[in-house]
Design a protein around this ligand. Structure first.
Ligand code: GFB
Length: 320
């Protein structure tokens, strides 16, 4: 069933988050008209009984697993138990319930941090489980690796059409701008903006500025997800001898260069200082995107344009 019908019932788990809300907009834009979602107040995905009941009632045709406990380097390092426990519960419940009610296709979203800390760059899909993980996000990465292997195992044992995609670091509208829990880009947008309006002399950037990161605008990811949903099946991935497919831009930059770019877009004129007491995390995390390019998808939004769109969204939504 490579293609999916416009009226297929699609359960989008995590529909209000950065990634889920972008996928929801893209599905709507492309005319998919039967999308369902539940907030955490309506359905706690960590609770197996609630998830099973929901699936028994709704019986979705398609499931997109964009629900996860996520955060930046400090949140990952601090709330280690929550990141491993919540994510393993969420994905186990969703994947097993999907199997029980006969979901026709399921896409599980992982993260580029599943690859070993010192794996050869750019990170090929085959590198999974070939070395030890970056310690700041080891619990989250282990949970995501478990999700990938759940999909693969349900495919191999039961023939379920479940597969995984590995997006690179993402940013865009509806991101988390809380400085304690966010990823680097929303944090920098907020820090430079607040420093500008308060006429401060400097902005503090965590770590050394040396780590390299690949950042992708979330609407490029949502286009990739809908493209893959409507054009491939699980067997297309597993028959290549891989467990997941990478989604990224194939380009990276240093945190120092990223900070300069955000400074320019925001229009801050002071200086940048580095807080070396904060962790750098993994030195480099650049995905090999040759596989997804070869099947016909490529990103469209370059980093400077994406930062501009995100800053505009921030200004309109965080006036105070
Ligand atoms: O985006 P980020 O929090 O996560 O940090 P990771 C990326 C880099 O930016 C690190 C630096 O080297 C940070 O030290 N950085 C500089 C900052 N200033 C800041 C700041 O104000 N806030 C933040 N947050 N970082 C996460 C993983 O790793 O990436 C997750 O922990 C997940 O598991 C996610 O994979 C995509 O790229 O280091």
């Amino acid at each position: 069933m490579k293609s999916i019908e416009k009226n297929s019932k699609i359960y989008l788990a995590g529909h209000t988050g950065l990634v889920g809300s972008a996928i929801s907009r893209e599905l709507n834009r492309q005319g998919y008209n039967n999308i369902i979602g539940r907030t955490i107040e309506e359905l706690d995905l960590r609770n197996q009984e609630s998830v099973n009941n929901f699936f028994e009632i709704e019986k979705p045709d398609i499931v997109i697993v964009a629900a996860a406990k996520v955060g930046g380097i400090l949140a990952n390092d601090t709330y280690r138990a929550d990141f491993i426990y919540d994510n393993i519960m969420i994905e186990s419940n969703l994947i097993s319930a999907s199997h029980q009610v006969g979901v026709k296709k399921l896409v599980f979203l992982g993260s580029s941090c599943i690859y070993p800390k010192l794996a050869e760059q750019p990170l090929r899909e085959e590198s999974i489980l070939s070395g030890y993980l970056e310690s700041t996000n080891e619990p989250y990465a282990l949970a995501k690796i478990t999700g990938i292997k759940l999909c693969e195992s349900f495919f191999r044992q039961y023939g379920c059409n479940f597969f995984s995609v590995m997006p690179t670091n993402l940013y865009g509208p509806h991101d988390n701008f809380n400085l304690n829990t966010s990823h680097v880009l929303p944090a920098l947008i907020r820090k430079f903006h607040e420093a500008k309006i308060n006429s401060e002399k400097s902005v503090v950037v965590w770590g050394s500025g040396a780590p390299m990161r690949e950042l992708m605008f979330v609407e490029d990811l949502s286009r990739a997800i809908v493209f893959l949903l409507s054009s491939i099946d699980a067997s297309d991935i597993y028959s290549l001898g891989i467990s997941q497919i990478n989604i990224g831009t194939g380009k990276d930059l240093s945190i120092a260069d990223l900070a300069e770019l955000v400074k320019k877009v925001v229009g801050f004129e002071g200086i940048i200082e580095y807080d070396h007491t904060k962790p750098d995390g993994t030195p480099k995390k650049l995905l090999d995107v040759s596989r997804i390019h070869s099947i016909g998808w490529k990103h469209q939004i370059e980093i400077e344009e994406g930062i501009g769109i995100t800053y505009k969204w921030f200004l309109e939504n965080f006036k105070n």
